[in-house]
Ligand binder design. Structure first.
Ligand code: NAP
Length: 253
């Protein structure tokens, strides 16, 4: 993908990975609009020169309104990056976890589907474009403290594969970004192994720039997770990662 001449919407670009990718696309020469809920973050990004749009991906009407706003201003939009997501801990021994599970599925899975649905007619009508969905190494190797999150990301992986097959022949491609732990969203405080955001984004942009663009964007740091099942390391790694269950509030003391 030529990163210098795209017209990009980053849905969920008000912080973390999305905001950094928005800045990288802009630095490469592309035109970039950013969506999210935080008015303050949107105002700061507008001051940086980004187009901004308020969007809540859990609300179909909000997504449709954002789509209309974006396409009115950027009729040449060709790339939709969906980084919106939440990462929540859940203790499955306490049924009160359900609310977190529902929020996670609504945001990460249904939110992705809402955004894809909103822009699919436009991209098909253009005859060229790219969806970038965002999963996680956790889609391929569960992290037991975040079960709903793992399920949501495994689902977005499966959905992305089917979407790619269904859009085959339309000119619209689907790229799945599979981050490992990256030092954003509080990860930097709890996970010493989280990749610095800057290093992660540099590797991602290098991979995205390949022609043809790979179906999955896999930085070096995620390969052990992505291929654990194939490599026979899955059971050991899940057992190792299960030690993190001690971080759940109900399991302490
Ligand atoms: N950091 C990691 O270690 C890691 C690893 C693997 C995958 N990922 C995935 O990468 C993506 C970005 O994560 P991040 O680490 O950059 O986290 P982050 O800094 O918390 O960013 C999450 C983004 O999602 C947006 N968002 C959340 N709920 C939304 C909603 N209902 N509607 C619209 N936007 C919403 C937030 O914007 P507003 O609050 O302004 O709405 C924010 O821009 C997520 O999908 C995450 O699951 C992250």
């Amino acid at each position: 993908m030529d990163l210098s001449d795209r017209t990009v919407l980053v849905a969920g670009g008000t912080s973390g990975i999305g905001r950094e990718l928005a800045r990288r696309f802009a630095a490469a020469g592309s035109t970039v609009a950013v969506g999210g809920r935080s008015p303050q973050a949107l105002a700061e990004l507008a001051a940086e020169g980004f187009g901004t749009v308020s969007v809540d991906v859990t609300d179909s009407a909000s997504v449709a309104a954002a789509r209309d706003t974006v396409l009115a201003r950027y009729p040449e939009l060709d790339t939709v990056v969906i980084t919106s997501g939440v990462m929540l801990l859940e203790d499955l021994r306490d049924p009160a976890h359900f609310e977190a599970a529902a929020t996670t599925i609504d945001t990460n899975l249904l939110g992705t589907i809402r955004v894809v649905d909103a822009f699919t007619p436009h991209l098909i009508q253009r005859g060229a474009g790219t969806f970038v969905t965002v999963t996680s190494g956790i889609a391929f190797l569960p992290f037991p403290p975040m079960p709903g999150y793992a399920a949501s990301k495994a689902a977005v992986h499966a959905y992305s594969e089917a979407l790619r097959a269904q859009l085959d022949g339309t000119g619209v491609g689907v790229v799945e970004l599979v981050p490992p732990a990256v030092a954003t969203a509080g990860q930097e405080k709890v996970n010493p192994h989280a990749l610095p955001l800057d290093d992660f984004a540099t590797e991602v942009m290098h991979l995205l720039a390949q022609d043809p663009t790979p179906h999955e964007i896999l930085v070096q740091g995620v390969l052990a997770h992505r291929w654990a099942e194939r490599d026979g390391t899955y059971d050991d790694l899940v057992a190792q990662r299960s030690q993190a269950l001690a971080m759940l509030p109900g399991r302490q003391g």
